[in-house]
Ligand binder design. Structure first.
Ligand code: NDP
Length: 485
């Protein structure tokens, strides 16, 4: 890593890098080689305290600034991120192993979109006036206070900004804890926010594992917790936040259905299934990993899919020709390998991939199983890797019932040329982020989030404002006050 790219210490607190080597060492492993490329230290209680007290102090001043002034800081940060897109994308690739071909267009750029969007909204966050005869009520949209963001490892730059940008636009301060697997990128986001004029303490980053997250979540000074992670972690964090009646946003896992009717455009449906299963080596929460294909198109779909998957360019993520990289860690690779073994053992038909690549790093082949049935483990559990399960179906009613028969509800997609059917089916699928004749688009303008076990609240769009602010209503009496005695 070049000097310019690499963060210079483990934490970013009160507007500057901060080190405390008393915290447990966390090695940063480059997934393409398995080599240690950096080392950070978990936050000690002293670092957590410094971050929280800096955030408390900064938040009051930040909230007193006009929305326009706050917005300018965010949009300036977006501009700096775009100018440094290449260096930030390389850092994202070092941190996650995702190919540069992806990180150049999906990470710092998506983070910049969020900073720009919420920077633009900051000046227009208003309350309302409600006339009641002579009296009236007005509402003030107020910040929540100090918010904690906790990130997963698949999109470290994007996640820090999907949480940080709306939080800051509304006048909150944030303490963000990245996943221990990908600790580097959020530090650069903090550095850029400072450079763009964010007052010290408004956005802090502390490293650590679950214990550090847990210290942050339970601190009485914290008003809100936004987590991106798995359902089991979500349950723990939600419960801890509920004990103190804190606000939450939970962006959790999924096992989303992608339904391909036999009138679909075959090439587009295959593209949707590839994007919805193999982008970022399948490490995307909203992936459509249960691909329901109607019997009439099934064999054509599988043949074309197997052919196209063969042409994936798997290799060095820093080579811009590579479009399929390693898994984020050895641990995640082994989890996915166990699912592949289960798929074979339970009788699914392997039509592509299935193996680890014979090279250094944590590479698995893009893998497709056909003849998957609803009760198989690979059709029920979130794998979070490049494993697509193709299931057959006959009728619309049948596929809707089967697609909904899951505890999750993050995303759903439908491919069909019959647009009334597309809207009808999407209307009946219980999921938060849906697609018709597409898959996995996540523009900042659209609400993003799940139903059922997949989460609570929405990120992005105007909807996120509701989750990072609260309304105060003020009744104003114009005449005398009547009282019974
Ligand atoms: P985890 O749930 O393991 O961890 C998420 C974060 O929570 C990490 O930073 C983790 O720290 C932290 N954490 C763990 N335990 C606690 C605790 N008790 N209190 C506070 N924080 C805690 O998820 P992964 O990082 O493995 O990410 C993969 C998961 O994330 C998948 O299930 C995926 O579906 C989901 N995801 C959801 C998205 C969405 O928007 N819906 C987007 C991306 C991923 P550490 O790991 O450092 O110990």
């Amino acid at each position: 890593m070049s000097y310019e790219t690499q963060p210079t210490a483990s934490h970013y607190v009160n507007g500057a890098y901060l080190e405390d080597s008393a915290g447990a060492a966390i090695p940063v492993i480059y997934p393409a080689t398995g080599a240690e490329i950096a080392r950070v230290h978990a936050a000690t209680p002293a670092v957590v305290e410094a971050a929280l007290s800096a955030a408390v102090e900064a938040q009051t001043l930040w909230a007193e600034m006009t929305g326009r002034a706050r917005g300018r800081v965010l949009t300036d940060a977006a501009r700096i991120m775009r100018e440094r897109n290449r260096a930030l994308s390389e850092l994202e690739t070092w941190d996650t192993g995702k190919p540069l071909q992806e990180t150049l267009v999906a990470d710092a750029t998506s983070a910049a979109d969020a900073l720009e969007y919420f920077g633009g909204l900051a000046a227009s966050l208003t309350g309302e006036h409600i006339q009641l005869g002579e009296d009236w009520v007005y509402t003030r949209r107020e910040p929540l206070g100090v918010c904690v963001g906790i990130g997963a490892w698949n999109y470290p730059t994007q996640i820090s900004c999907w949480k940080g940008a709306p939080a800051l636009a509304c006048g909150n301060a944030m303490v963000f804890k990245p996943s221990e697997t990908t600790p580097l990128c959020a530090l650069k986001v903090a550095e850029i926010l400072t450079e763009a004029g964010a007052p010290a303490g408004v956005f802090n980053v502390v490293q650590g594992m679950g214990e550090v997250g847990s210290l942050l979540v339970t601190d009485p000074r914290v008003a809100k917790v936004s987590l991106t992670g798995s359902v089991p972690t979500g349950r723990k964090v939600y419960a801890a936040a509920a004990a103190e009646m804190k606000h939450v946003t939970m962006e959790l896992g999924g096992k989303s259905p992608l339904v391909v009717f036999d009138d679909a455009d075959l090439e587009n449906a295959v593209s949707g299934a590839i994007n919805g299963n193999f982008y970022s080596s399948g490490q995307v929460c909203s992936n459509g990993t249960r691909v329901f294909v109607q019997r009439g198109i099934k064999e054509a779909f599988l043949a074309r899919l197997a052919e196209r998957v063969k042409s994936a360019v798997i290799g060095d993520p820093m080579d811009e020709a590579t479009n399929f990289g390693p898994m984020v860690s050895q641990r995640q690779m082994e989890i996915v390998q166990r699912y592949i073994e289960k798929g074979i053992a339970e009788g699914a038909r392997l039509v592509a991939g299935g193996k680890r690549l014979e090279r250094e790093g944590f590479y698995l082949e893009p893998t497709v199983f056909a003849d998957v049935t609803d009760g198989m483990t690979i059709a029920m559990e979130e794998i979070f890797g490049p494993v697509m399960a193709v299931l057959d179906f006959e009728t619309e009613d049948e596929v809707i019932a089967r697609a909904n028969d899951t505890a999750f509800g993050l995303s759903a997609g439908v491919f069909t040329r019959d647009l009334s059917r597309g809207h009808r089916v999407i209307g009946k699928l219980r999921a938060g982020s849906c697609f018709i004749n597409s898959y996995n688009d996540a523009p900042v303008e659209a609400p993003f989030g799940g139903v059922k076990a997949s989460g609570v609240g929405r990120e992005n769009s105007k909807a996120a404002i509701e989750h990072y602010s609260q309304l105060k209503s003020v009744y104003v009496r114009m005449g005398d006050v009547e009282a019974p005695y």
